[in-house]
Design a protein around this ligand. Structure first.
Ligand SMILES: Nc1ncnc2c1ncn2[C@@H]1O[C@H](COP(=O)(O)OP(=O)(O)OP(=O)(O)O)[C@@H](O)[C@H]1O
Ligand SMILES: [Mg+2]
Length: 374
């Protein structure tokens, strides 16, 4: 799949912009602070319905304006129009083919994989960062997961507010039972899907990593659901097995939950690890090893999405070329060049081999204006 045209109004430093993309490689060149990443952010927004920068929705509206419109024509098995309207004092509006839709119908129409220099957060960051990654990846390819996730969040909210009244107003805990059941059932289904995804992504990451490290090291991904205290143990991820672990964990923390006043167990406490030669990369990996592992994982995402949806996502590369050595850069570009739409930002076009830029569309970005090089 690819994006054909992007139209912006009042988005970041773009007053208005209409941009036609090449279905293959697109390179945005410009000095710092000219608006290169803003373009990637807009494209990402059409896929994920949120920004990849920590920004609140309102931050993306051009300063002094009340709303912002991001519209894109994307080609999947058919052509679709996707629109995001950001509003200063109201929730954002999402539309597919001009019809207003919920987030769970919007996400998944158009898929992207993003590479940024901050990607090391996948290894170095918090468990919450890794869960967000998992949730977004699976959500892009699995509508069922998107619904489960929203349902789970609702159950968690209800259960937490009930626990609060039990803890602080001495309400009767009997009412909790119905929420316990739902927490366990929906939560277990989420865990089964996460386990499946990490298994698949792990196999693909290992393959990619072999290519990137000349086969000298072995990368593995290891899921650590909340009920696991020793990550080394082998676990079974059938629905029944997960459900009984979940039930057990809930029973044994219940009295503590009554005191604390919120839910202490569930997939909102999951994590996963990157292992290089069986050692946790977060603790033992060098900077370079971590970088290679994350890159392998991103490349694996491409293949994962392809295998789940039948087509490759678009690739967004935000300023990552300068960070990679020659070998990895070459490997990466070779791979990208073959198959997928790629949108790259750079301050220095000289970082690219001529072979790549030859048939690429190259755009110059300056102070919120974009000009295609002819
Ligand atoms: N809400 C906003 N309204 C207006 N301008 C904004 C807004 N948010 C960001 N900008 C402007 O956008 C520009 C930054 O754009 P962007 O992050 O795309 O830069 P870049 O070209 O990727 O730079 P770098 O090479 O440093 O990453 C800055 O000039 C900033 O002032
Ligand atoms: Mg940038």
């Amino acid at each position: 799949m690819y994006i054909k045209q992007l139209r912006l109004s009042n988005f970041r430093n773009y007053k208005t912009l209409t941009l036609d993309f090449n279905p293959k490689v697109n390179v945005f060149v410009g000095n710092n602070a000219q608006g290169k990443s803003n373009i990637l952010e807009a494209v990402y927004l059409l896929a994920a319905a949120r920004s990849f920068r920590a920004a609140k929705d309102g931050d993306m509206i051009q300063s002094g304006q009340d709303y912002s419109l991001i519209s894109g024509d994307v080609v999947t098995e058919a052509t679709h129009n996707l629109e995001v309207v950001l509003q200063k004092n109201a929730p954002k509006v999402l539309r597919v083919d001009k019809k207003e839709t919920q987030q769970k119908q919007f996400v998944g129409v158009f898929n992207v994989v993003l590479f940024t220099p901050d990607d090391l957060y996948l290894i170095k960051g918090s468990p919450g960062d890794r869960r967000r990654f998992l949730d977004l990846e699976i959500s892009q390819v699995d509508a069922g997961y998107r619904s489960l996730l929203l349902d789970y969040q609702k159950v968690l909210q209800h259960r937490n507010s009930l626990l609060k009244t039990i803890a602080f107003e001495q309400k009767d805990p009997g009412m909790l039972e119905i929420w316990d059941q739902q927490l366990i059932e929906i939560g277990s289904r989420l865990i089964v899907k996460r386990a499946e995804m990490i298994h698949k992504l792990g196999l693909l990451s290992r393959l990619m990593h072999r290519g990137l490290s000349n086969g000298s090291e072995e990368l593995m991904l290891r899921y650590i659901p909340f009920f696991v205290s020793n990550p080394e143990e082998e676990n079974e991820y059938s629905y029944q097995a997960v459900k009984s672990r979940f039930t057990e964990a809930l029973l044994s923390t219940k009295s503590l939950e009554y005191k604390r006043g919120y839910t202490l167990v569930g997939p909102q406490r999951d994590d996963f690890q990157f292992l290089i030669n069986r050692l946790d990369a977060k603790i033992y990996g060098s900077q370079g090893q971590q970088r290679t592992a994350v890159l392998a994982c991103r490349l694996a995402e491409l293949e994962y999405m392809k295998s789940e949806t039948g087509s490759y996502p678009a690739i967004l590369l935000d300023d990552v070329m300068s960070e990679l050595d020659q070998l990895r850069r070459h490997f990466l570009l070779e791979l990208l060049h073959k198959k997928v739409q790629t949108i790259i930002t750079t301050t220095n076009i000289a970082d690219f081999e001529q072979k790549i830029t030859e048939d690429a569309a190259v755009y110059h970005v300056k102070a919120g204006q974009v000009q295609e090089r002819r």
